[in-house]
Design a protein around this ligand. Structure first.
Ligand code: ZN
Length: 322
């Protein structure tokens, strides 16, 4: 799961103690390995031309929805190269004009997945819950920034006030000390400074409490994210065998390619399946990292909140240009 903003709180307030940012950060799984590496000499341009063939109505997916899923899958690859020229062919002769045809063939694999679908619904609603927590967290974090700014300004004013007070006391001391009349003024000023100092102390205590509660929220969020990831892992342990990329197949007859989709559980997964098969159509083979789109089975690619290319995917597609 990707939560890049979590637990950066400790740096904000030097007064907040007991922060274990490193622990927290270890739980926050980023996809830092997906940063684009630099492209070799010359712009990297690839082409993909496709048509959408027959879609079995039992998939309950429209041609437009398929097209959208294909475009989303293509966008993943497009992000890793300088240019991906996509031609979409429509109409009766589309199959002859396009280099690739995408078909949806229904078989029993699609039929036997009710339990899997229920499980995925649970995972999805857990994901919604996490999104909600994350939104609340971000709102509070913004509130914290505002309050931290206020506190910083107040502290600044307080320090200036203390400095003025001290230099006044010093100057009176140097010019012979406090006389009867100045003692009253001294008391007055001291009280004013103390009152300001007290306000600062209260504000800092409030802020510490706020940071503590925000950190508890972050912990909860991290726990929920870990739980969500466990559910996803369990899902693929239980249903993993049917989740090999034999849910779909890419065939190339020497001139034209065909991507046939047999099975998918949801749109997210369809995107991964299409991205994988399009990867083959672009000329990619399999890669060893299980989080890669081009890994031989579908599994860990579904762990993140977003479907992304791995560093291996990016290297592989960029290598096509050299
Ligand atoms: Zn494959």
């Amino acid at each position: 799961m990707l939560f890049p903003h979590l637990l950066l709180l400790c740096a904000v307030l030097s007064t907040a103690s007991g922060c274990s940012r490193d622990d927290a950060r270890n739980q926050v799984r980023g996809n830092s390995d997906t940063a684009l590496s630099s492209v070799g000499p010359g712009p990297c341009t690839l082409e993909f031309s496709y048509a959408i063939g027959t879609i079995d109505p039992r998939f309950h997916i429209s041609r437009n929805e398929v097209r959208q899923a294909v475009e989303e899958a293509l966008a993943l690859w497009a992000g890793a190269v300088d240019r991906l020229d996509v031609q979409f062919h429509e109409g009766i002769r589309a199959g002859e004009q396009a280099r690739n045809t995408i078909l949806f063939e229904y078989d029993e694999r699609q039929d036997q997945s009710d339990r899997a679908r229920r499980f995925q619904d649970q995972i999805a609603s857990k994901g919604d819950f996490i999104d909600q927590l994350h939104r609340e967290y971000e709102l509070e974090q913004r509130d914290l920034e505002r309050r931290t700014g206020e506190h910083r300004r107040l502290s600044g004013r307080l320090n200036e006030r203390i400095e003025r007070f001290n230099s006044w006391v010093e100057s009176v001391n140097q010019s012979g000390g406090f006389g009867e009349g100045q003692l009253g003024e001294y008391e007055e000023q001291l009280q004013a400074v103390e009152a300001k100092r007290e306000r600062e102390r209260e504000m800092r205590a409030d802020l510490d409490q706020f940071v503590a509660s925000l950190n508890r929220r972050a912990d909860l969020l991290n726990r929920e994210v870990a739980f969500h990831d466990d559910m996803v892992r369990q899902f693929y342990r239980e249903f993993g065998d049917e989740y090999r990329f034999n849910s779909a197949l890419y065939r190339f007859d020497g001139t034209r390619g065909t991507i046939t989709v047999y099975h998918f559980h949801n749109r997210r997964e369809l995107k991964v399946i299409l991205a994988h098969e399009i990867g083959h159509a672009l000329g990619l083979g399999h890669v060893p990292d299980s989080r890669s789109i081009m890994y031989e089975t579908i599994r860990d690619q579904m762990l993140g909140r977003e479907i992304v290319l791995s560093a291996e995917d990016i290297r592989a597609v960029q290598a096509l240009c050299r």
